[in-house]
Design a protein around this ligand. Sequence first.
Ligand SMILES: N[C@@H](CCC(=O)N[C@@H](CS)C(=O)NCC(=O)O)C(=O)O
Length: 226
Amino acid sequence: MPALYYHPLSSYCWKALIAIKVLGVHVTLHAVNPGDADERALLAKLSPFGKIPLLVDEDRPVLETSILIEHLQVRHARSGARLIPEEAASALDVRLWDRVMDQYVMTPMQTFTADLLKPQEQRDPVAVDRARSLLMTSYGVMDRQLEGRTWLAAEDFSLADCAAAPALFYAIAYVPLGVEHSRVAAYFERLMEHPAIAGVISDAQPFFKYFPGRAGLSRRFFEPEI
Ligand SMILES: N[C@@H](CCC(=O)N[C@@H](CS)C(=O)NCC(=O)O)C(=O)O
């Protein structure tokens, strides 16, 4: 059985965990804490960049969440379960929107998190402003894409939606959607109702108190301790 190294708070790990549920794959879960030096050393042995999620399948590391998901679809998915459509043009759309979510939503969202984890004197307000502006652009791009659509890239729930769910969840804690992003807001609600996504969020809830952007999380997900 493949093994997944993950952390319940990590956005890219959510992407993998959502896919694992939708594809009906059985994996052994190993929770790791990248904040712990020993665990980082273990990860570095298994994976050259020390990033999570990491899949180990038949002693071979499978890196990069999008590739990891495609690997699971090709090798282990329950019969008929897919996140990347068979038809080539639709598959390209899904891969494009998966890339857009990682590069233009997940990455600027991570800039906010990384900045908050730095000591005050090392923070970079210029980088954070750039990230904010990129997120606003991305919300606009998504809003236009979602016109007349239920899911981001294909008729069915796809790899692009697996990427969008964690990226948006954490991004809007830092940069809320504007009134002009009503389609993204409605899409976000559809994502939150998806059983695989709801399950991943529920498993992460005990850890939200460690999320640097927790002050921006909706009270329906996180109730701060007073
Ligand atoms: N491009 C990678 C990004 C994965 C990533 O950024 N993972 C974060 C957690 S969400 C991580 O491992 N951070 C720890 C580090 O960068 O040392 C992928 O798609 O899997």
